[in-house]
Each structure stands twice: as C-alpha cells, then as structure tokens.
Design a protein around this ligand. Structure first.
Ligand code: GCO
Ligand code: MG
Length: 409
C-alpha cells in the first residue's frame, strides 16, 4: 500500500485548526491534527513545503519508520513546530492503520484498560458567586472533576478566567486565542494571587464537599519558592493536581517545590519530547504528564513517554483545551483508554461550528469520555464545511507585572 496524497487543510470554525489528510492508493484516508495555537501557519508550511513531498509513495503502515525518518532526517531536533508536524503525520497513519484493520484505534494500542476516560472541565469566575455558578453548570453538563480558576483582587484580566458569561448566561468559558491584531495584554501580581487563592479553594470545598476532584493551573507564573508555598497552602483542600506551577524548562527547580509540598504536580503542556521530562520523571518530581499528543510527536512518541513515566508511577493528564482539534482529542482518547497509567483527561468542549466541520464519534456521559467504536480515530472532516471558514489571525495573550515587566502568563 502506498500514500498517494497528503493535503493540509487550514480552517477556522470558532478558531483556527490545521489538519493533515493522508490518502492511500486504495482510497483509505487518515487525519492528523497539526494545530499549534497562535503559530498555525508555521506548521501548515512545515507540512506542505517540507513533509508532504516526502510522504508520497511511502508505505503508510510503516509508522515507526516514518516517525524516525521525519525526526532524524530533519537534522534539527525537537521544537514545537517540527513535533506538531510529525504528530500530524503519525496520528494520520494510525488512523489509516486502524481503518485498514477495521478496528477503533484503541484496539491496536492493546485494547481498553477501563470503561471510560475520566475528564475534567474548566470552571472559572470573576468572583466566588460566578465561580460557584460555573462549577454547578459543569456538574450539570456531566463533569465529575473540575479545574478552578478565578480573578484576583486588584488584577484586571487573568488568563483562564472568562471575561463574561456565555450568551445563555450559564457558562464561564475562556478561549485561549483571541482574534485581535496584536496579543491582548493581561496583568499579574503573584503576591496578591498567593494571598487570594487558598481562600477560593476553602470556599469551594465548603460549598461542594470533600469528594469532588479539584484542579488548578498556575500557568508557569511562580518561582520555585512561591510554588512551594502555594502547594503547601493548598494542602488542606486536597487538590487532584496543581498544574504548571513554574516554567519547568529548568527541571531541577522542581526539587525545591517537591521538598515542601505533597500537593500533586502536573507539568508539560508546552513540552514536546521525552527529553523535557528526563529529570522530572527519573527523580519523581511530578505526578502527571501534561503533554498533548499533537505537540509531542503523536501517538508513537506519547506512548513511549507514558511508558517511561509508568515505571515511576507517574500518570497521564493529556492536554485537551479547545486548541486541540477534535482529531487531536480523539487521538488522546484512544491512548487514554488503552494505557495502564491513565490519570485524567482535560476536556474543554468545542463550539458548534467546530463540531459541524469535524464529525466525531466520541461520547461524554457522567464524567467519562469514550472514543467510540468506529474504525480508526472516529473523526471525519467535512471539507466543504471547512472551506467556509478561512484562516483568521489570532494571538494568545501575554502578561505584564505592575511595573510593566513582561511575565509568564
Ligand atoms: C490548559 C492550558 C491552556 C493553554 C492553551 C494555550 O491547561 O488547558 O493552560 O489553556 O494555555 O492551550 O494555547
Ligand atoms: Mg495548562
């Protein structure tokens, strides 16, 4: 069997997505997600200018060989653009292999290890009453694990907190990228945040009780000693995890955080290879691996990363915000269902236009996602619908401290 075509489709229903569609001589097609939020066209060009010509004529079944060929022949290692492009090819080839086998992809990964994939949703509010409404709404939508983000007194705009409720007045969702000509500017003050957040979790525990799994994302804003203090202050509220407490490029800095707190730590949505986790995993400095399948070289590379993590009792917490397309989400769900060291899956729901362009077989009920039983990934791209939504420039925001210094957001 040979690959006869590979097309890069950029579409913007609700937001921008980059999709790779690989077609084989006998008419099978596979989809891969190459979306890199705010830098989409770089991956689209990497794919169409540099990768597509290499794919034509290759055997689509040789997934490991294609992965190694794309990684090593580029010479230049790692990086989000390269790894997102390799991931798109890898996921599309797994889709083809599973369709050829007539099985849902999770069967080729070893079959189901559980009945469903526990998912967490994003509750947020500018104040406690809004936050409570948002948590209640998420519970009604079927979530059984909740991420909690709030505004901080004295700070105008905090990333991850909806600026206003949805049109029906019920949900407080946020969209990572904004369709603005320049990145939106937010502000930040870590001391105010550290003072404010423990009280928020106390209020949430008092209202919703001890059982509900609660998560929080620190979004790389703290220094190690600040993160250590926050982890310690949040211990009474029994978090499922504290995410991205520091910018963890400096993996050793997590030693300090770990010495001070037993709050579980999740790290890695901005990482793209196993090398970014070497110290974190070997020294057991984290509890959950946050990489996206789509930013980390696809299923082939994520499987190896998670198998490495499993030797240290570290679990998965695969990235799943709206900037992962339904194709990338489906890839995550098949892997989640199959691996032994599954932890939790992030699930921020896509908008109606996205669901019109990408038809999906996965289900969500009573806290659990399931990828469905269709052969392959279980996602189809409606190319006519996709063509109605051309690429729209959009940027992620950024942060400044009160004195104007650019900060991690
Ligand atoms: C999360 C994230 C996202 C990212 C976004 C960037 O935990 O889901 O932090 O909100 O910021 O994916 O594109
Ligand atoms: Mg995050």
């Amino acid at each position: 069997m040979k690959i006869v075509a590979a097309d890069v489709i950029v579409t913007s229903p609700d937001r921008n997505f980059v999709t790779l569609k690989i077609t084989t001589a006998d008419g099978l097609t596979g989809l891969g997600d190459g979306t890199l939020n705010g830098r989409e066209l770089a991956v689209a060009s990497y794919l169409s200018d540099h990768v597509v010509p290499l794919l034509i004529g290759r055997d689509p079944h040789r997934i490991e060989d294609t992965w190694q060929f794309l990684y090593r022949s580029a010479y230049w290692r790692r990086g989000p653009v390269t790894m997102a492009a390799i991931a798109a090819v890898d996921v599309a080839l797994w889709d083809i292999k599973a369709k050829a086998a007539g099985m849902p992809l999770y069967q080729l990964l070893g079959g189901a290890s559980r009945i469903g994939v526990m998912a967490y949703g994003h509750a947020s509010g500018r104040d406690i009453p809004e936050l409570f409404d948002s948590i209640r709404n998420h519970l009604e939508l079927g979530y059984r694990s909740i991420r909690v983000q709030t505004s901080v007194p004295g700070i105008n705009a905090v990333y991850g907190v909806a600026a206003q409720p949805s049109p029906d007045g019920k949900r407080y969702d946020y969209e990572p990228a904004q369709r603005t000509p320049l990145p939106a500017e937010e502000d930040w003050d870590t001391r105010s945040y550290l003072r404010h957040l423990p009280g928020v979790f106390e209020a949430v525990r008092n209202e919703f009780g001890p059982e509900l799994p609660l998560l929080h994302d620190g979004h790389h804003r703290m220094t190690p000693i600040q993160a250590a203090r926050l982890g310690k202050d949040l211990e009474p509220y029994d978090l499922f995890w504290l995410e991205d407490c520091t910018p963890a490029e400096n993996q050793e800095s997590l030693r300090l955080v770990r010495q001070h707190t037993v709050t579980p730590l999740a790290i890695g949505e901005v990482f793209n290879t196993v090398w970014d986790y070497q110290t974190l995993i070997r020294e057991q400095l984290i509890d959950y691996v946050r990489s996206a399948v789509t930013h980390t070289g696809g299923i082939t590379a994520m499987r190896k990363l998670l198998d490495f993590a499993a030797q240290y009792q570290i679990k998965s917490g695969i990235h799943g915000p709206t900037d992962i397309s339904p194709v990338g989400m489906a890839a995550a769900l098949h892997l989640d269902l199959a691996i032994h060291n599954f932890g939790i899956q992030e699930y921020m729901q896509h908008g109606p236009l996205t669901n019109e362009v990408f038809r999906q077989s996965f289900t969500f009920a009573d806290g659990y996602l399931h990828p469905g039983e269709q052969p392959g990934l279980g996602v189809e791209l409606d190319e006519q619908a996709a063509a109605r939504f051309p690429y729209t420039p959009a940027y992620l925001p950024f942060n400044r401290l009160k004195d104007g210094t650019v900060h991690d957001w």
